[in-house]
Ligand binder design. Sequence first.
Ligand code: SF4
Length: 139
Amino acid sequence: MILVSGCLLGLNCKYNGGNNDNAAVHKYLEGKEYVVFCPERAGGLPAPRLPSEIRGDKVFSKAGEDVTAEFRGGAEKALAFCKTHGVTRAILKARSPSCGVHAVYDGSFSGKVVPGMGVTAKLLSENGIELMDEEDLPA
Ligand code: SF4
């Protein structure tokens, strides 16, 4: 079973109230079994919401609010959801502070990207789930 970031399949769970609907993801999933999840919404954050970035081992909104608990809560719920559904692989949204697989924004809200993983991606990876982002898929 494959877990997919909700915004990649058109759910309006992104911080700005929109989505990141992605044709390559839809194509990759044809004929495959998958489930859809948004860790930030599951962690109790609304959509729309302020964007957040990771700084050290915490997560802050653009207004400086510490949203680490919501991000960690969402990650725990994502892991439980994966266990319930027998998920072995996940396709997650690139560079998100929850879902980023290879890189995340650096915490300065300046658009700068650094190597690293989002909070949920890290927890899923630590629990043996194979991760890729939408940019790893053939266009
Ligand atoms: S937390 Fe993940 S699934 Fe939810 S909007 Fe952000 S990138 Fe998409």
